[in-house]
Ligand binder design. Structure first.
Ligand code: IPD
Ligand code: CA
Ligand code: CA
Length: 286
């Protein structure tokens, strides 16, 4: 009886991708409408880990939408997890048996949002038995919806995306970020910046890991790395890069999986040189 009731409340038979796109679009538009208008600014894991009521509201909105269409699916959302690397890893572990798992960062780039720096995104991925099959990253500031489906390519505004063509690190524009973990991750990322800065064309640190990954997919960046990320920062963007012909591994060169926290993603052509440089500098985080 309970199941029958549940089934009757399921709306239509929308595709996974359509639901991901619609949730990202709705949340993203709402977030953008709140730029400069949030009321609560709180700290989470460190003085550099910010959260607002907009992060939480966006996640609630996305969860509701997903569960309206797929009430039996599991959801891992940043705002449903205690702050800090250990709690994130544990939350992912607890959901490792989920058949369908949605992985949601409702607002990737909260610091930018708080300061009115218009570079942030909504990141939504769906994994089937641990493998990401849909990835959507939406930048409401540029109205850019980056969409990938496993085995079907990645698209922006209906156009198939391809990674860039640089073959040497020195020709590459790359990006990184600084997670809220000032003890472990921050010094290692700084070491990576110091090692890579003389070896690349330039480095950008724009403040949204998911959007950096989408930019690698779109060929706007040659590569992106960051030590100490969470599953929700990476999942959607990793599929975007892979489906655009790029490569995604951990910083030791092992294939990407949901538990990867130290990520290197490139156009594929500069991948080995990238990983070698990080490792030679002791900046891989392992
Ligand atoms: C952060 C952003 C930032 C990255 C941090 C993330 P949040 O996510 O992606 O670019 O450097 O590691 O934590 O907290 O804004 O969702
Ligand atoms: Ca994030
Ligand atoms: Ca976030």
């Amino acid at each position: 009886m309970a199941n029958e009731m549940k089934a009757s409340y399921t709306v239509g038979s929308k595709s996974f991708t359509a639901v991901a796109i619609s949730a990202a679009a709705k949340a993203g538009e709402w977030i953008r409408s709140k730029l400069g208008e949030f009321n609560q600014l709180n700290l989470k894991y460190s003085s550099q880990d910010l959260v607002t009521e907009i992060d939480k509201g966006a996640e609630t909105m996305i969860r509701k939408l997903i569960h309206t269409h797929f009430p039996d699916h599991s959801i891992l959302g940043e705002e449903g997890v205690e702050p800090g690397p250990a709690a994130s890893a544990e939350a992912l572990m607890k959901l490792s048996d989920a058949e369908y798992l949605w992985i949601v960062d409702p607002l990737d780039g909260t610091t930018n949002f708080v300061h009115g720096f218009p570079f942030f995104s909504v990141s939504i991925a769906l994994a089937y038995k641990g493998e990401v099959i849909v990835g959507v990253v939406y930048n409401p500031n540029h109205d850019e919806m980056f969409v990938a489906e496993k085995g079907k390519g990645a698209y922006l505004r209906g156009k198939k995306m391809s990674v860039s063509k640089e073959t040497k690190l020195i020709e590459g524009l790359i990006a990184t970020g600084f997670p809220a973990d000032q003890q472990f991750a921050q010094p290692i990322n700084l070491k990576g910046v110091q090692a890579l800065a003389p070896k690349v064309r330039n480095i950008r640190v724009a403040g949204s890991a998911a959007l950096h990954l989408a930019y690698v997919a779109a060929g706007r960046l040659s590569g992106f790395w960051e030590i100490g990320l969470n599953a929700w920062d990476i999942a959607a963007g990793a599929l975007l890069v892979q489906e655009s012909g790029g490569k995604v591994t951990d910083s030791a060169g092992h294939p990407y999986s949901l538990s990867v926290r130290n990520i290197v993603s490139t156009n594929g052509l500069i991948h080995d040189e990238f990983i070698r440089s990080l490792n030679e500098a002791g900046a891989s985080g392992f």
